[in-house]
Design a binder for this molecule. Structure first.
Ligand code: EPZ
Length: 420
Protein backbone atom coordinates (compact mmCIF):
# COMPACT_ATOMS: atom_id res chain seq x y z
CA UNK A 1 0.00 0.00 0.00
CA UNK A 2 1.17 3.51 -0.76
CA UNK A 3 1.61 6.40 1.61
CA UNK A 4 2.62 10.04 1.18
CA UNK A 5 5.71 11.62 2.72
CA UNK A 6 5.25 15.37 3.15
CA UNK A 7 7.92 17.86 4.25
CA UNK A 8 5.79 20.78 5.40
CA UNK A 9 6.27 24.51 5.70
CA UNK A 10 6.38 25.41 1.97
CA UNK A 11 3.79 27.97 0.75
CA UNK A 12 1.97 26.62 -2.32
CA UNK A 13 2.53 28.86 -5.35
CA UNK A 14 1.36 28.62 -8.94
CA UNK A 15 -1.56 27.23 -10.97
CA UNK A 16 -3.67 24.08 -10.74
CA UNK A 17 -6.38 22.83 -13.11
CA UNK A 18 -9.41 21.09 -11.65
CA UNK A 19 -10.45 17.62 -12.87
CA UNK A 20 -13.94 16.34 -13.64
CA UNK A 21 -16.20 15.65 -10.65
CA UNK A 22 -16.15 12.13 -9.17
CA UNK A 23 -19.65 12.54 -7.77
CA UNK A 24 -21.01 13.59 -11.16
CA UNK A 25 -19.24 10.98 -13.30
CA UNK A 26 -20.31 7.93 -11.23
CA UNK A 27 -24.10 8.40 -11.70
CA UNK A 28 -23.55 9.55 -15.31
CA UNK A 29 -21.68 6.32 -16.08
CA UNK A 30 -24.54 4.38 -14.47
CA UNK A 31 -27.01 6.29 -16.67
CA UNK A 32 -25.33 4.93 -19.81
CA UNK A 33 -27.03 1.61 -18.91
CA UNK A 34 -30.39 3.22 -19.85
CA UNK A 35 -29.72 2.95 -23.61
CA UNK A 36 -28.39 0.34 -26.03
CA UNK A 37 -26.66 3.12 -27.97
CA UNK A 38 -23.15 4.54 -27.53
CA UNK A 39 -22.49 7.20 -24.89
CA UNK A 40 -19.32 9.29 -24.69
CA UNK A 41 -18.38 10.86 -21.35
CA UNK A 42 -15.53 13.40 -21.29
CA UNK A 43 -13.35 15.07 -18.65
CA UNK A 44 -13.52 11.82 -16.66
CA UNK A 45 -11.04 11.94 -13.73
CA UNK A 46 -8.47 9.15 -13.41
CA UNK A 47 -9.72 7.70 -10.11
CA UNK A 48 -9.99 4.20 -8.65
CA UNK A 49 -13.76 4.71 -8.15
CA UNK A 50 -14.15 5.42 -11.86
CA UNK A 51 -12.22 2.28 -12.77
CA UNK A 52 -14.46 0.36 -10.38
CA UNK A 53 -17.61 1.69 -12.03
CA UNK A 54 -16.21 0.79 -15.47
CA UNK A 55 -15.63 -2.79 -14.27
CA UNK A 56 -19.17 -2.91 -12.86
CA UNK A 57 -20.61 -1.78 -16.21
CA UNK A 58 -18.55 -4.46 -17.97
CA UNK A 59 -19.77 -7.09 -15.47
CA UNK A 60 -23.28 -6.14 -16.56
CA UNK A 61 -22.42 -6.79 -20.21
CA UNK A 62 -21.57 -3.25 -21.39
CA UNK A 63 -18.65 -2.53 -23.71
CA UNK A 64 -16.46 0.13 -22.06
CA UNK A 65 -13.44 1.89 -23.59
CA UNK A 66 -11.25 4.21 -21.47
CA UNK A 67 -9.14 6.56 -23.57
CA UNK A 68 -7.36 9.23 -21.51
CA UNK A 69 -10.13 11.32 -19.87
CA UNK A 70 -12.83 9.97 -22.18
CA UNK A 71 -14.99 6.90 -21.56
CA UNK A 72 -17.15 5.36 -24.27
CA UNK A 73 -19.88 2.97 -23.14
CA UNK A 74 -22.24 0.80 -25.20
CA UNK A 75 -24.66 -1.31 -23.19
CA UNK A 76 -26.25 -3.05 -26.18
CA UNK A 77 -27.46 -5.99 -24.08
CA UNK A 78 -27.59 -6.15 -20.27
CA UNK A 79 -27.36 -8.91 -17.70
CA UNK A 80 -29.78 -8.45 -14.76
CA UNK A 81 -27.02 -9.12 -12.20
CA UNK A 82 -23.62 -7.46 -11.86
CA UNK A 83 -20.50 -8.64 -10.04
CA UNK A 84 -21.50 -8.85 -6.34
CA UNK A 85 -18.02 -8.27 -4.94
CA UNK A 86 -17.32 -5.30 -7.14
CA UNK A 87 -20.66 -3.60 -6.43
CA UNK A 88 -20.62 -4.08 -2.67
CA UNK A 89 -17.14 -2.55 -2.44
CA UNK A 90 -18.15 0.86 -3.76
CA UNK A 91 -21.16 2.71 -2.28
CA UNK A 92 -21.60 4.85 -5.37
CA UNK A 93 -22.49 1.73 -7.36
CA UNK A 94 -25.94 1.72 -5.74
CA UNK A 95 -26.92 4.09 -8.52
CA UNK A 96 -27.04 1.26 -11.07
CA UNK A 97 -30.30 0.15 -9.42
CA UNK A 98 -32.43 2.89 -11.05
CA UNK A 99 -31.07 2.41 -14.61
CA UNK A 100 -31.36 -1.41 -14.48
CA UNK A 101 -34.92 -1.24 -13.14
CA UNK A 102 -35.82 1.59 -15.54
CA UNK A 103 -34.54 -0.19 -18.65
CA UNK A 104 -35.28 -3.84 -17.98
CA UNK A 105 -37.79 -3.79 -15.18
CA UNK A 106 -35.64 -5.99 -13.01
CA UNK A 107 -32.40 -5.68 -11.11
CA UNK A 108 -30.36 -7.58 -8.57
CA UNK A 109 -27.82 -5.29 -6.91
CA UNK A 110 -25.68 -6.07 -3.88
CA UNK A 111 -26.49 -4.02 -0.82
CA UNK A 112 -23.85 -1.35 -0.24
CA UNK A 113 -22.32 -1.57 3.23
CA UNK A 114 -22.01 1.32 5.64
CA UNK A 115 -18.68 3.15 5.92
CA UNK A 116 -16.62 4.91 8.56
CA UNK A 117 -18.49 8.20 8.13
CA UNK A 118 -21.86 6.71 9.05
CA UNK A 119 -24.36 3.84 8.65
CA UNK A 120 -25.54 5.27 5.31
CA UNK A 121 -28.92 3.52 4.87
CA UNK A 122 -30.61 3.37 1.42
CA UNK A 123 -34.23 3.34 2.65
CA UNK A 124 -35.06 6.43 0.56
CA UNK A 125 -33.72 4.82 -2.64
CA UNK A 126 -35.93 1.77 -2.00
CA UNK A 127 -38.93 3.95 -1.09
CA UNK A 128 -38.57 5.81 -4.40
CA UNK A 129 -38.46 2.57 -6.41
CA UNK A 130 -41.51 1.21 -4.55
CA UNK A 131 -43.41 4.47 -5.19
CA UNK A 132 -42.76 3.89 -8.92
CA UNK A 133 -44.42 0.49 -8.59
CA UNK A 134 -41.45 -1.83 -8.16
CA UNK A 135 -41.49 -4.84 -5.82
CA UNK A 136 -38.32 -5.05 -3.77
CA UNK A 137 -36.94 -7.72 -1.48
CA UNK A 138 -33.62 -7.91 0.31
CA UNK A 139 -32.07 -11.39 0.51
CA UNK A 140 -28.52 -12.81 0.81
CA UNK A 141 -27.01 -9.36 0.57
CA UNK A 142 -28.89 -8.48 -2.60
CA UNK A 143 -31.64 -6.00 -3.40
CA UNK A 144 -34.01 -7.85 -5.73
CA UNK A 145 -36.21 -5.49 -7.68
CA UNK A 146 -38.80 -6.12 -10.36
CA UNK A 147 -41.80 -4.41 -11.92
CA UNK A 148 -44.24 -5.22 -14.73
CA UNK A 149 -44.27 -1.51 -15.51
CA UNK A 150 -42.84 1.51 -13.71
CA UNK A 151 -45.52 4.18 -13.35
CA UNK A 152 -44.90 7.87 -12.61
CA UNK A 153 -45.75 9.05 -9.07
CA UNK A 154 -45.36 11.89 -6.56
CA UNK A 155 -42.39 10.89 -4.46
CA UNK A 156 -41.23 12.59 -1.25
CA UNK A 157 -37.50 11.86 -0.80
CA UNK A 158 -36.73 13.87 2.35
CA UNK A 159 -34.94 11.94 5.13
CA UNK A 160 -33.51 12.38 8.64
CA UNK A 161 -30.68 14.53 7.29
CA UNK A 162 -32.69 16.12 4.48
CA UNK A 163 -32.48 15.15 0.80
CA UNK A 164 -30.38 12.28 -0.56
CA UNK A 165 -28.01 12.93 -3.50
CA UNK A 166 -27.65 9.42 -4.94
CA UNK A 167 -31.26 8.64 -3.95
CA UNK A 168 -32.47 11.54 -6.11
CA UNK A 169 -30.17 10.40 -8.93
CA UNK A 170 -31.41 6.79 -8.68
CA UNK A 171 -35.11 7.69 -8.72
CA UNK A 172 -34.57 10.14 -11.59
CA UNK A 173 -32.88 7.38 -13.64
CA UNK A 174 -35.70 4.89 -12.93
CA UNK A 175 -38.46 7.40 -13.64
CA UNK A 176 -37.06 8.70 -16.95
CA UNK A 177 -38.40 5.56 -18.72
CA UNK A 178 -41.51 5.15 -16.53
CA UNK A 179 -45.04 5.60 -17.80
CA UNK A 180 -46.40 9.07 -17.03
CA UNK A 181 -45.12 11.88 -14.83
CA UNK A 182 -42.99 11.60 -11.69
CA UNK A 183 -42.47 14.46 -9.28
CA UNK A 184 -39.66 14.22 -6.73
CA UNK A 185 -40.26 16.43 -3.70
CA UNK A 186 -37.37 17.32 -1.34
CA UNK A 187 -34.98 16.41 -4.14
CA UNK A 188 -31.24 17.01 -3.67
CA UNK A 189 -30.11 20.22 -5.43
CA UNK A 190 -26.41 19.37 -5.79
CA UNK A 191 -24.69 20.42 -9.06
CA UNK A 192 -23.94 16.74 -9.66
CA UNK A 193 -27.71 16.03 -9.75
CA UNK A 194 -28.14 18.87 -12.26
CA UNK A 195 -25.30 17.50 -14.42
CA UNK A 196 -26.95 14.04 -14.45
CA UNK A 197 -30.34 15.53 -15.45
CA UNK A 198 -28.58 17.46 -18.19
CA UNK A 199 -27.01 14.22 -19.48
CA UNK A 200 -30.34 12.33 -19.31
CA UNK A 201 -32.04 15.10 -21.29
CA UNK A 202 -29.27 14.86 -23.89
CA UNK A 203 -30.20 11.15 -24.14
CA UNK A 204 -33.78 12.16 -24.96
CA UNK A 205 -35.15 12.39 -21.42
CA UNK A 206 -37.68 15.01 -20.33
CA UNK A 207 -36.64 16.31 -16.91
CA UNK A 208 -37.32 19.80 -15.52
CA UNK A 209 -36.51 21.43 -12.20
CA UNK A 210 -33.14 19.76 -11.45
CA UNK A 211 -31.26 21.99 -9.03
CA UNK A 212 -34.48 22.80 -7.17
CA UNK A 213 -36.23 20.72 -4.45
CA UNK A 214 -38.96 19.75 -6.96
CA UNK A 215 -37.95 17.74 -10.02
CA UNK A 216 -40.53 16.69 -12.65
CA UNK A 217 -39.78 13.75 -14.94
CA UNK A 218 -42.05 13.13 -17.93
CA UNK A 219 -41.43 9.48 -18.79
CA UNK A 220 -40.30 8.69 -22.35
CA UNK A 221 -40.39 5.39 -24.32
CA UNK A 222 -36.64 5.08 -24.87
CA UNK A 223 -33.34 6.90 -24.71
CA UNK A 224 -30.52 7.26 -27.24
CA UNK A 225 -26.77 7.79 -26.99
CA UNK A 226 -25.23 11.12 -25.95
CA UNK A 227 -21.90 12.92 -25.62
CA UNK A 228 -21.18 14.86 -22.43
CA UNK A 229 -18.48 16.82 -20.62
CA UNK A 230 -18.63 16.26 -16.86
CA UNK A 231 -18.66 19.34 -14.57
CA UNK A 232 -15.46 20.20 -12.65
CA UNK A 233 -15.02 18.85 -9.12
CA UNK A 234 -16.14 21.49 -6.60
CA UNK A 235 -14.70 19.53 -3.66
CA UNK A 236 -11.28 19.26 -5.32
CA UNK A 237 -11.53 23.03 -5.91
CA UNK A 238 -12.32 23.63 -2.22
CA UNK A 239 -9.43 21.35 -1.19
CA UNK A 240 -6.84 23.27 -3.24
CA UNK A 241 -8.22 26.65 -2.12
CA UNK A 242 -7.93 25.63 1.55
CA UNK A 243 -4.44 24.13 0.99
CA UNK A 244 -3.27 27.43 -0.52
CA UNK A 245 -4.40 29.38 2.55
CA UNK A 246 -3.23 26.77 5.08
CA UNK A 247 0.32 27.00 3.67
CA UNK A 248 0.13 30.82 3.40
CA UNK A 249 0.66 30.54 -0.37
CA UNK A 250 -1.01 31.90 -3.47
CA UNK A 251 -2.70 29.53 -5.91
CA UNK A 252 -4.56 30.21 -9.15
CA UNK A 253 -7.28 27.60 -9.69
CA UNK A 254 -8.31 27.01 -13.31
CA UNK A 255 -11.24 25.20 -14.86
CA UNK A 256 -13.42 25.24 -11.72
CA UNK A 257 -17.04 26.40 -11.25
CA UNK A 258 -16.90 29.00 -8.46
CA UNK A 259 -20.71 29.31 -8.74
CA UNK A 260 -20.95 25.75 -7.34
CA UNK A 261 -19.01 26.75 -4.21
CA UNK A 262 -20.68 29.84 -2.78
CA UNK A 263 -20.94 28.47 0.77
CA UNK A 264 -17.24 27.52 0.92
CA UNK A 265 -15.96 30.72 -0.70
CA UNK A 266 -18.21 32.77 1.58
CA UNK A 267 -16.81 31.09 4.70
CA UNK A 268 -13.24 31.54 3.45
CA UNK A 269 -13.87 35.25 2.91
CA UNK A 270 -15.40 35.50 6.39
CA UNK A 271 -12.18 33.93 7.71
CA UNK A 272 -10.17 36.70 6.05
CA UNK A 273 -9.15 34.92 2.83
CA UNK A 274 -8.68 36.90 -0.40
CA UNK A 275 -10.31 35.38 -3.51
CA UNK A 276 -9.90 37.15 -6.84
CA UNK A 277 -12.19 35.73 -9.51
CA UNK A 278 -11.96 36.13 -13.28
CA UNK A 279 -14.63 33.99 -14.92
CA UNK A 280 -13.88 30.36 -14.05
CA UNK A 281 -10.44 31.21 -12.63
CA UNK A 282 -9.79 32.19 -9.01
CA UNK A 283 -6.63 33.22 -7.21
CA UNK A 284 -6.69 32.37 -3.52
CA UNK A 285 -4.41 33.65 -0.77
CA UNK A 286 -4.55 34.84 2.83
CA UNK A 287 -5.67 38.42 3.36
CA UNK A 288 -4.53 40.18 6.50
CA UNK A 289 -5.14 37.88 9.49
CA UNK A 290 -7.11 34.64 9.51
CA UNK A 291 -10.18 34.72 11.74
CA UNK A 292 -12.00 31.71 13.27
CA UNK A 293 -15.39 30.92 11.74
CA UNK A 294 -18.16 28.47 12.71
CA UNK A 295 -19.27 25.91 10.13
CA UNK A 296 -22.38 23.74 9.91
CA UNK A 297 -22.54 21.20 7.12
CA UNK A 298 -25.84 21.18 5.20
CA UNK A 299 -27.33 19.88 1.95
CA UNK A 300 -26.48 22.00 -1.13
CA UNK A 301 -26.28 25.03 -1.36
CA UNK A 302 -25.20 24.93 2.30
CA UNK A 303 -21.61 24.15 3.38
CA UNK A 304 -20.66 20.73 1.92
CA UNK A 305 -19.90 17.91 4.33
CA UNK A 306 -17.16 16.83 1.86
CA UNK A 307 -15.15 19.99 2.69
CA UNK A 308 -15.67 19.84 6.48
CA UNK A 309 -12.42 18.01 7.34
CA UNK A 310 -10.29 20.26 5.13
CA UNK A 311 -11.85 23.39 6.68
CA UNK A 312 -11.18 21.98 10.16
CA UNK A 313 -7.45 21.95 9.40
CA UNK A 314 -7.58 25.63 8.47
CA UNK A 315 -9.39 26.43 11.72
CA UNK A 316 -6.73 24.46 13.62
CA UNK A 317 -4.13 26.88 12.23
CA UNK A 318 -6.27 29.98 12.95
CA UNK A 319 -5.91 31.62 16.39
CA UNK A 320 -9.21 31.53 18.32
CA UNK A 321 -12.16 29.19 18.85
CA UNK A 322 -14.33 27.78 16.08
CA UNK A 323 -17.19 25.30 16.18
CA UNK A 324 -17.66 22.84 13.32
CA UNK A 325 -21.01 21.00 13.31
CA UNK A 326 -21.57 17.94 11.12
CA UNK A 327 -25.28 17.58 10.22
CA UNK A 328 -25.07 15.10 7.33
CA UNK A 329 -22.96 12.11 8.48
CA UNK A 330 -23.07 11.09 12.13
CA UNK A 331 -19.48 10.03 12.61
CA UNK A 332 -17.56 12.16 10.11
CA UNK A 333 -14.88 13.18 12.61
CA UNK A 334 -12.42 10.32 12.06
CA UNK A 335 -9.71 12.89 11.15
CA UNK A 336 -9.83 14.56 14.60
CA UNK A 337 -7.73 11.97 16.44
CA UNK A 338 -5.17 11.94 13.62
CA UNK A 339 -4.93 15.76 13.61
CA UNK A 340 -4.29 15.54 17.36
CA UNK A 341 -1.13 13.53 16.53
CA UNK A 342 0.11 16.65 14.68
CA UNK A 343 -0.65 18.80 17.72
CA UNK A 344 -4.18 20.03 16.99
CA UNK A 345 -6.44 20.86 19.96
CA UNK A 346 -9.95 19.68 19.03
CA UNK A 347 -12.68 18.26 21.29
CA UNK A 348 -15.92 16.61 20.19
CA UNK A 349 -19.29 17.51 21.75
CA UNK A 350 -22.08 15.54 20.09
CA UNK A 351 -22.34 16.62 16.40
CA UNK A 352 -19.83 19.45 16.95
CA UNK A 353 -16.05 19.75 17.04
CA UNK A 354 -14.66 22.61 19.13
CA UNK A 355 -11.38 23.73 17.60
CA UNK A 356 -8.92 25.72 19.72
CA UNK A 357 -6.87 27.14 16.85
CA UNK A 358 -3.48 28.77 16.50
CA UNK A 359 -1.38 25.72 17.39
CA UNK A 360 1.76 25.15 15.27
CA UNK A 361 1.43 21.65 13.81
CA UNK A 362 4.42 19.30 13.73
CA UNK A 363 4.82 16.33 11.38
CA UNK A 364 4.05 12.70 12.45
CA UNK A 365 2.85 9.41 10.91
CA UNK A 366 -0.95 9.50 10.52
CA UNK A 367 -3.61 7.14 9.15
CA UNK A 368 -6.23 8.05 6.52
CA UNK A 369 -9.69 6.65 7.34
CA UNK A 370 -11.77 7.94 4.44
CA UNK A 371 -11.50 10.07 1.31
CA UNK A 372 -11.95 13.58 2.72
CA UNK A 373 -10.16 12.85 6.00
CA UNK A 374 -7.12 11.87 3.94
CA UNK A 375 -7.27 15.18 2.03
CA UNK A 376 -7.35 17.01 5.38
CA UNK A 377 -4.30 15.10 6.62
CA UNK A 378 -2.42 16.04 3.45
CA UNK A 379 -3.22 19.74 3.99
CA UNK A 380 -2.17 19.47 7.65
CA UNK A 381 1.10 17.82 6.59
CA UNK A 382 1.78 20.62 4.08
CA UNK A 383 1.27 23.24 6.83
CA UNK A 384 3.14 21.38 9.60
CA UNK A 385 6.78 21.70 10.58
CA UNK A 386 8.86 18.60 9.76
CA UNK A 387 7.76 15.43 8.01
CA UNK A 388 4.28 13.86 7.97
CA UNK A 389 3.61 10.35 6.64
CA UNK A 390 0.00 9.84 5.54
CA UNK A 391 -0.74 6.11 5.36
CA UNK A 392 -3.52 4.24 3.49
CA UNK A 393 -3.77 6.81 0.74
CA UNK A 394 -5.84 4.43 -1.37
CA UNK A 395 -8.67 6.45 0.17
CA UNK A 396 -7.26 9.59 -1.47
CA UNK A 397 -6.89 7.93 -4.88
CA UNK A 398 -10.57 7.16 -4.86
CA UNK A 399 -11.46 10.85 -5.22
CA UNK A 400 -8.41 12.98 -6.17
CA UNK A 401 -6.73 12.69 -9.57
CA UNK A 402 -2.90 12.71 -9.23
CA UNK A 403 -3.08 14.98 -6.16
CA UNK A 404 0.59 14.50 -5.27
CA UNK A 405 1.88 15.55 -8.71
CA UNK A 406 -0.54 18.51 -8.78
CA UNK A 407 0.80 19.61 -5.38
CA UNK A 408 4.41 19.10 -6.44
CA UNK A 409 3.80 21.46 -9.36
CA UNK A 410 2.74 24.01 -6.71
CA UNK A 411 6.08 23.57 -4.93
CA UNK A 412 5.04 21.03 -2.29
CA UNK A 413 7.70 18.62 -1.01
CA UNK A 414 5.56 15.52 -1.29
CA UNK A 415 6.30 12.03 -2.56
CA UNK A 416 4.48 8.75 -2.83
CA UNK A 417 6.21 5.84 -1.11
CA UNK A 418 5.43 2.18 -0.52
CA UNK A 419 4.13 1.89 3.09
CA UNK A 420 6.89 0.55 5.38
C1 EPZ B 1 -23.24 11.65 -1.92
O1 EPZ B 1 -23.40 10.47 -1.12
C2 EPZ B 1 -21.74 11.77 -2.18
N1 EPZ B 1 -21.27 10.56 -2.83
C3 EPZ B 1 -21.00 11.94 -0.85
O2 EPZ B 1 -19.63 12.19 -1.14
C4 EPZ B 1 -21.53 13.17 -0.14
O3 EPZ B 1 -20.93 13.27 1.12
C5 EPZ B 1 -23.06 13.03 0.05
O4 EPZ B 1 -23.70 12.82 -1.22
C6 EPZ B 1 -23.67 14.26 0.68
O5 EPZ B 1 -23.37 15.40 -0.05
C7 EPZ B 1 -21.44 10.43 -4.16
O6 EPZ B 1 -22.03 11.24 -4.84
C8 EPZ B 1 -20.86 9.20 -4.79
P1 EPZ B 1 -26.84 11.14 0.73
P2 EPZ B 1 -24.86 9.86 -0.86
O7 EPZ B 1 -27.72 10.03 0.32
O8 EPZ B 1 -25.76 10.18 -1.99
C9 EPZ B 1 -28.98 9.81 4.74
C10 EPZ B 1 -17.30 11.95 -0.98
O9 EPZ B 1 -16.52 12.22 -0.06
N2 EPZ B 1 -29.72 8.85 3.90
O10 EPZ B 1 -27.12 12.49 0.17
O11 EPZ B 1 -24.67 8.45 -0.46
C11 EPZ B 1 -27.48 9.48 4.81
O12 EPZ B 1 -27.20 8.51 5.76
C12 EPZ B 1 -18.64 11.26 -0.67
O13 EPZ B 1 -17.10 12.20 -2.17
C13 EPZ B 1 -30.75 8.14 4.47
O14 EPZ B 1 -31.05 8.28 5.65
O15 EPZ B 1 -25.31 10.72 0.41
C14 EPZ B 1 -26.89 10.84 5.12
O16 EPZ B 1 -26.97 11.06 6.49
C15 EPZ B 1 -18.77 10.86 0.76
N3 EPZ B 1 -31.43 7.27 3.68
C16 EPZ B 1 -27.80 11.79 4.36
O17 EPZ B 1 -29.03 11.09 4.11
C17 EPZ B 1 -31.13 7.09 2.34
O18 EPZ B 1 -31.76 6.27 1.66
C18 EPZ B 1 -27.25 12.30 3.04
O19 EPZ B 1 -26.79 11.18 2.32
C19 EPZ B 1 -30.08 7.83 1.78
C20 EPZ B 1 -29.39 8.72 2.59
Amino acid sequence: MDSLLIKGGVPLEGEVTISGAKNAVLPILAATLLTSETCVVRRVPDLSDVKFMAKILMSLGAKVVLDGDTITVRAARLKPVGNYNLIRKMRGSICILGPLLGRQRQAQVSLPGGCVIGPRPIDLHLKGMRDLGAELTIASGYINAKAKQLVGADIFLGGRAGPTVLGTANVMMAAVLAEGVTTIQSAACEPEVVDLAYFLNKMGGNIVGAGSPTITINGVKELHGADHDVIPDRIETATFAIAAVATDGEVTIRGSRPDHLHAVLDKLKEAGVRIDRKGLTMTVRRGSRLKPVDITTLPYAGFPTDAQAQMMVLMTLTPGLSIITERIFESRFMHVSELARLGADISIEGPSAIVKGGTRLSGAPVMASDLRASAALVIAGLAARGTTQVNRIYHLDRGYEKIDSKLRRLGARIQRVRES
